[in-house]
Design a protein around this ligand. Sequence first.
Ligand SMILES: [Fe+2]
Ligand SMILES: [Fe+2]
Length: 195
Amino acid sequence: MSYYELRQAVREQLGQERRFEHVVRVARLAERLAMRHGQPAGKARLAGMLHDLARLFPADRLIAECEARCMAIDGFERRRPVVLHARLGAELARERFGVDDEAVLSAIRKHTLADAAMSPLDAIVYLADGLEPGRRFAERGELEALAFVDIDAAMIAVLTSTIAHQLARYETAPQTSAALAFYQRRSHERSLLSA
Ligand SMILES: [Fe+2]
Ligand SMILES: [Fe+2]
């Protein structure tokens, strides 16, 4: 399947232009970030294109489709089923698009809540989703620029503000707190090495 054909198939499956334009922007930003950081740009672009395949599913469908695939659902996911679109999306990428590259599937799976261990590609897709130019918040441009310079620093900044946001509205996802702890530990180790 060519990239053009992939785009068309994603456009049809999403069934909403606004969401399609978002995934195209995420794919572009992920590709540029990957090139800048010496990561596989084709994988970043593919994960970007396919990351939101289940984003428009209603809550009951998300739960039913995850249960049908025997996927474990934790308490946070039960209370906020929308977040399941990331893990279900990875399954749909595999089933509908034949993606079997674990690095791509992992980036799709972790794009919403992040996780206790993140690869550079996971982080690139996570950052591209949160910082693509269609997102409207004051620090977006600054954080996008930071992501081109230092992925870990950008992850710490984005995760910190995401957690503050989550706390103000409901509760923090354990995966997101674990991701922040992962980057903070790494940055601490890096500072010890350079001291
Ligand atoms: Fe998403
Ligand atoms: Fe997204």
